[in-house]
Design a protein around this ligand. Structure first.
Ligand code: SF4
Ligand code: SF4
Length: 356
């Protein structure tokens, strides 16, 4: 049976107030609050954007949604987990400061922020899933202690998974540091010595000092590499390569299994909103201002993470007149959806319902 995906066309130049009203309309259509009991703990999972990034979902777009949730419960909070890679979101203190810098203050949004996996990413609990690749998913504890989850995702391209949206926000985004490591453990980048300019930039971003410099180029010590993929992003000339045949498939399947573990924990008390505004080649972990690769499309809402992501991909690719996601990062993005459907995370069949 097809899942409902609600869609409202929108563009950034309409202004924050208009976007907040549209996001609210969509949120009410999804009827997330229908299953939520009063006084419940509600986690609003979001990405606050890395320092220097400008594409993240803006807090003012979410004001009306938060007002609606607070009619039902005051125990609502914004949340994200700490990152694997070095940066301003790898511990809770700097993560919170960055969220404030990006406008997620109590004064602006009216609700607090909690970093879901604690000070340095160790606060986790395990969910037994016993799936093909993951037996026990390591999830940030704040999610497991919440009663409902609203997953707010900025749709972007992604170097490992082709795109990142609801499934990725759920699977990778709700995992603790150990959970993220488990999902990346099959990623093994390598350096093409003929292309490497030996500039040394990737050395500064590698969290485990796995990259070392030799006379002609740098190279990766495999035993030290945790597969975070940071070097892939920072090497702008493309000297860092993936073994795509195996890596993309394993990462996406593990990510879908992690997403499934979180999804089934909430037993229907879960909703998804995807923002297809400023769709960029890489995700909001990039600390730079990236240009949009397609015109702004709008906002989507659903209770089904696979359906909302499939509808989002279809809209992006049809607006750009080609498989833009494949063209941007040369990754088969469909694995996370096909595998997600196979394990019962949702369905790729959807009915797109445009609302005015
Ligand atoms: S960033 Fe790229 S070019 Fe520079 S040292 Fe690393 S692999 Fe080589
Ligand atoms: S070498 Fe490995 S650990 Fe270091 S940045 Fe690259 S992927 Fe991450």
């Amino acid at each position: 049976m097809a899942s409902d995906v609600f869609f409202i066309p929108a563009q950034r130049n309409e202004g924050d107030g208009a976007l907040a009203e549209k996001a609210e309309k969509l949120f009410l259509k999804v009827d997330f609050l229908g299953k939520i009991e009063s006084d419940s703990f509600i986690a609003c999972k979001i990405h606050f954007g890395e320092k220097g990034n400008t594409g993240y979902i803006k807090p003012l777009w979410l004001l009306n949604i938060i007002k609606q949730i607070r009619k039902k419960t005051n125990k609502v909070f914004f949340t994200d987990t700490n990152t694997l890679y070095l940066g301003k979101r790898s511990n809770s203190i700097e993560h919170l400061r960055l969220a404030w810098e990006h406008g997620f203050t109590l004064e602006t949004i009216g609700v607090p922020i909690l970093i879901a996996d604690g000070l340095i990413g160790h606060d986790e609990e395990e969910i037994q899933v016993n799936l093909r690749r993951v037996k026990s998913a390591k999830i940030a504890s704040a999610f497991l202690n919440s009663d409902g989850l609203l997953c707010l995702s900025h749709f972007t391209g992604h170097m490992l998974t082709g795109f990142g949206a609801a499934v990725k926000n759920l699977g990778m985004g709700c995992a603790s540091r150990a959970g993220k490591l488990e999902q990346h453990s099959d990623v093994h980048p390598w350096i093409n010595p003929k292309a490497c300019k030996n500039c040394g930039i990737c050395l500064d971003y590698c969290p485990t000092q796995a990259i070392v410099q030799k006379e002609e180029s740098v190279f990766i010590i495999e035993e030290k590499c945790i597969g975070c993929g940071e070097c892939l992003v920072v090497c702008t000339i493309g000297a860092v390569k993936m073994r795509w045949d195996e890596d993309a498939e394993r990462v996406q399947e593990k990510m879908a299994e992690y997403a499934y573990s979180v999804w089934q924990k909430f037993k229907g008390k879960i909703g998804f909103i995807n923002f297809l505004l400023e769709v960029t080649k890489d995700c909001d972990c990039m600390g730079i201002d990236q240009s949009a690769r397609v015109e702004d499309i709008g906002i989507l809402g659903s209770r089904d993470p696979v359906a909302i992501d499939k509808a989002s991909v279809d809209l992006v690719n049809s607006r750009s007149g080609k498989d833009l996601l494949r063209a941007m990062n040369d990754v088969d993005w469909s694995i996370q959806l096909e595998y997600g459907e196979k394990i019962g995370l949702g369905t790729a069949e959807y009915e797109l319902i445009e609302i005015k």
